[in-house]
Design a protein around this ligand. Structure first.
Ligand SMILES: [Zn+2]
Length: 404
């Protein structure tokens, strides 16, 4: 792109429509919060900002005290800080920029041609910035019920941080009536996403010269048999499984993403390892799937052990993210419709922290500016039009939770 303007140059421009969140977007994007690094500089800055507006804050840390979640509460007019009200939720971490061809500094929010570029502008600092930019107004108008902000660490590496934040608020007796997660949905209201489970399979065979294959146990070939079974299960879900057409991919999927095995063509390979996952609709049980995969794998063991007793097939659990499905008639969905001025809902295949709030009995919806297709990309961008829609959402939210 040529000669992008800085946000400061853009501010007086009518094209941005005087967005009130621009300063905060620029501020948050300016913190390099790549998941592997500390997010404390951002967290401390936001904590100070919120405390400056009268919110109470709690930090929950990772084991090394290098990263933290921030939970902040603006109490209602009557002092209520725990019962009811909603949570505005966003993760603070972003994916790496290394190896990506960026045309601008990824950590400087840059305006060009109706878009703002920068790492995290879509996934998902803009939603947090828009919410934070309305704090002075929420505080001035006064709330019927408490309003909470939940800013987490390590979402991009498995929704790790927010689990501690949720455990902490449950332990402290904070009982929000609903949660809005601002992951990029193009400001469409999303009420469900699939669950995901991932495992690693480790096949241990026995080496032999490749001219003597019956004397060895070929770990690569056995792994490939199991991989083929997982792929067949994926086709079965597609062709014969239950569907929910509201999802972008309307059936449960299986997938093998990494495989390693063998050292040379003339050696029967001793080891092969592969990673696989299932992304399941609410009515498909991932336990059934892994049970079947294990049972299929077990068929190979007698022949393997007949050659060598030390051979094995092991499965290691890597991660679990439950799915969620918030009833379309729920209060949080109705609030989402009112704030978004739409009646449509969507369901998506990518996982978010929404399922973890949902699992803690906090009804949750997802609605945020930008599109998932722009997330994790070089030159990540969000359209100013999306930010306008998000600010309009927040303005309507203010009218409902903080009537003047
Ligand atoms: Zn995200």
């Amino acid at each position: 792109m040529n000669a992008p303007a800085t946000l400061a140059e853009v501010r007086p421009d009518a094209r941005t429509g005087e967005l009130r969140s621009l300063d905060l977007i620029r501020k948050l994007v300016g913190f390099d919060t790549t998941s592997r690094d500390s997010n404390l500089a951002l967290i401390h800055w936001v904590r100070d900002y919120l405390e400056g507006h009268g919110l109470t804050t709690t930090l929950t840390f990772d084991d090394d005290q290098r990263k933290a979640n921030l939970f902040a509460t603006l109490a209602a007019r009557d002092g209520n800080a725990t019962d009811g009200g909603i949570v505005l939720s966003g993760h603070t971490d972003v994916v790496p920029v290394e190896g990506q061809p960026w045309d601008t500094d990824p950590f400087v929010a840059t305006f060009h041609d109706g878009r703002i570029y920068g790492r995290g502008v879509t996934d998902m600092k803009s939603f947090s910035a828009v919410g934070l930019s309305f704090v002075p107004e929420f505080a001035r108008r006064g709330l019927r019920k408490p309003l909470h902000f939940a800013l987490s660490y390590d979402e991009e590496v498995g929704c790790i941080g927010v689990r501690r934040l949720i455990a902490d608020i449950v332990a402290r007796g904070v009982r929000p009536a609903g949660c809005i997660v601002g992951e990029p949905t193009g400001m469409e209201l999303v009420v469900a996403h699939k669950g995901k489970r991932a495992w690693r399979c480790r096949v241990r065979g026995l080496e032999a010269h490749s001219s003597l294959t019956p004397h060895g146990v070929n770990a690569v070939q056995i792994a490939c048999e199991i991989v083929a079974y997982i792929a067949q299960r994926g086709r079965d879900f597609r062709d014969a499984g239950r569907r929910d057409e509201a999802y972008d991919v309307p059936y449960t999927t299986t997938h093998v993403g990494v495989i390693r095995g063998g050292t040379a063509l003339n050696i029967v390979p001793r080891d092969c390892t592969f990673d696989f996952e299932i992304r399941h609709l609410p009515f498909d049980d991932p336990e059934d799937f892994i049970h079947d995969v294990r049972a299929f794998a077990a068929r190979f063991l007698p022949a393997m052990h007949a050659v060598d007793a030390h051979t094995y097939i092991e499965f290691d659990h890597i991660s679990t993210l439950p799915g969620f499905d918030t009833h379309d008639g729920s209060a949080i969905t109705a609030l989402g419709h009112a704030c978004n001025a739409t009646g449509d809902v969507g369901k998506v295949s990518f996982g978010t922290e929404a399922s973890l709030f949902h699992g803690a009995d906090i009804p949750t919806i997802i609605c945020g500016p930008g599109h998932i297709a722009q997330a994790h990309q070089p030159n990540e961008w969000v359209a100013v039009e999306q930010l306008r829609r998000c600010e309009a959402f927040m303005r309507r939210l203010a009218d409902r939770i903080a009537p003047a």
